[in-house]
Design a protein around this ligand. Structure first.
Ligand code: ADQ
Length: 466
């Protein structure tokens, strides 16, 4: 079997398996199929004059090769082009784009640095898998260094509509960079379709089939590979009864309390203020639930150096305060707000104990929390997932209550439907949802992607752009 080399912006600490979350589960699973190398940023920023040297660590068969970014690289590549240009625009927030020439330059040069770090390590038959929007130019940089490897790219965030993508500063350059991969993977069929429509309008491309194109003299494979979770592992954590779960059960049984939950990074794409407004609408429209319904909002801080993130935090804190100010009583606060990251096993138990998972992003590549909520439900008395139609997960999880997150009345109606849903209907929906997340779990995701990459129509004499 070929060795796998992963290149991603951040390299996760590979330690105790249960504490790594999100995409790190899928990557660690992929790396553990044989020998593996993981290259990327270590999360640190080196001060002026400090040496941002690379460090190598070994965890059984997995080697990690990490380096720090300089302050300038962090500011312009990471906070700049990646998170002030690409992240907002791919999430349909063109109004939040702050573009500068310095951002584009740093994005290009840091991608060169990733490629230069990885290239000397590569063996001739390695499979290279590059992750996410930070690293679109990596394949082109590797090709310039002479790489003839099979290189795959997976985009974790949405690929926007053609019109939106054509508004991204330097979209023509990004497109040409993408053509140096052998496989380009998206989360959903919708993303794939958006990419094809963009190419049809803006690029000189030959469409060979639904999944093959010819561009820049190369044949490139395209595909949708919805990311999954390790269902067994998450369910096992959720089923370990802890004190908080017991307490919640008692509150549910004795006091008739109904808990809804959400957990996100505090990002404007996750729709947190809209969700709080929908909960407010629910309390206004259905006063019989005052005193009983509680919304536990777990929002971990993220990218706080970017203005849009401090603004969303202020807005959310004001709103939660306003809802509590209006409705709270001495023994009941409708909104509980936790602004920090919490251990995954705790999160799993809280999902298990919550009657409703309220997952309503305004845009999301997939949204793993939706899948984690399903994995955590008790089979005998499962809760209900309310899911935004703009989460990639909605393409798969059609038995959830699918809502428009911009319509507070519709979300409030879905909450009402969820709290009154008969047990049999909840069990039926849960069974189908659970089946789906099990058949397309983290292991399935990485194996189907790597299989497609292994089969990408690779031509060893291919011409490369310089
Ligand atoms: P994210 O935007 O980070 O990921 P998501 O897929 O929901 O979104 O993953 C977040 C992970 O962090 C989940 O495992 C969740 O349990 C965990 N988490 C969230 N809040 C937490 C908290 N307060 N404390 C502890 N853990 C918390 C990006 C894309 C997504 C895509 C993933 C994977 O934006 O659309 O699904 O990559 O491809």
């Amino acid at each position: 079997m070929e060795r796998l080399v992963i290149i991603s912006n951040r390299v996760a600490e590979i330690g105790e398996k249960t504490q790594i979350g999100g995409l790190a589960v899928g990557i660690a699973d992929a790396l553990s199929r044989g020998e593996g190398l993981w290259v990327g940023w270590n999360g640190a920023v080196s001060g002026p004059g400090e040496d941002p040297a690379t460090s190598r660590k070994q965890h059984e068969a997995i080697t990690t090769l990490t380096f720090s970014l300089t302050e300038e690289e962090h500011e312009n590549y990471y906070l700049g082009f990646s998170n002030r240009v690409l992240w907002p625009s791919f999430h349909y927030r063109l109004d939040l784009i702050e573009f500068s020439e310095a951002f584009a330059k740093a994005y290009s040069s840091v991608n060169k640095r990733f490629a230069r770090t990885a290239f000397p390590e590569l063996k001739s038959d390695d499979l290279v898998w590059v992750h996410d929007y930070h690293l679109i130019p990596v394949a082109q940089e590797l090709r310039k260094l002479g790489s003839r490897h099979r290189i795959g790219f997976f985009l974790h965030i949405p690929f926007p509509s053609a019109e939106i993508f054509s508004a991204v500063p330097r979209h023509e350059w990004l497109r040409e960079c993408l053509f140096q991969f052998d496989l380009i993977g998206f989360q959903t069929n919708r993303d794939l379709e958006n990419f094809r429509l963009y190419l049809a309008e803006h690029a000189d491309v030959e469409f060979i089939s639904d999944n093959l194109i010819k561009a820049a003299g190369r044949i490139i494979r395209l595909g949708a590979f919805p990311i999954g979770i390790d269902v067994e592992q998450f369910a096992a954590m959720a089923n370990k009864v802890d004190d908080a779960v017991e307490l919640e059960r008692m509150r549910r049984d004795i006091l008739g309390r109904i808990q809804m939950i959400s957990a996100d990074r505090l990002d404007y794409s996750k729709g947190l203020p809209e969700r709080t407004r929908a909960f407010l609408e629910f309390l206004n429209a259905y006063p019989e639930y005052r005193g009983f319904a509680e919304y536990l909002q777990i929002a971990s801080p993220t990218r706080e150096d970017v203005l849009a993130y401090t603004e969303i935090r202020t807005e959310l804190e004001q709103l939660s305060g306003a809802v509590n100010g209006k409705f709270a009583e001495f023994n009941w606060s409708p909104v509980q707000y936790i602004n920090r990251s919490i251990p995954r096993d705790k999160l799993a138990c809280l999902f298990h104990a919550s009657r409703i998972g309220l997952i309503t992003p305004l845009r999301d590549g997939m949204n793993l929390v939706a899948k984690e909520y399903i994995a955590a439900q008790p089979a005998d008395d499962p809760g209900v997932l309310i899911l935004s139609k703009f989460a990639g997960a909605a393409e798969q999880l059609e038995e959830a209550l699918i809502v428009n997150p911009y319509d507070a009345g519709e979300v409030a109606g879905a909450i009402r439907r969820a709290v009154t849903m008969p047990l049999e209907e909840r069990q039926n929906r849960q069974r189908k949802l659970l089946d789906r997340i099990k058949t397309t779990d983290a292991h399935w995701w990485q194996t189907t992607f790597l299989e497609a990459l292994g089969h990408a129509p690779y031509v060893s004499t291919q011409s490369t752009q310089s």
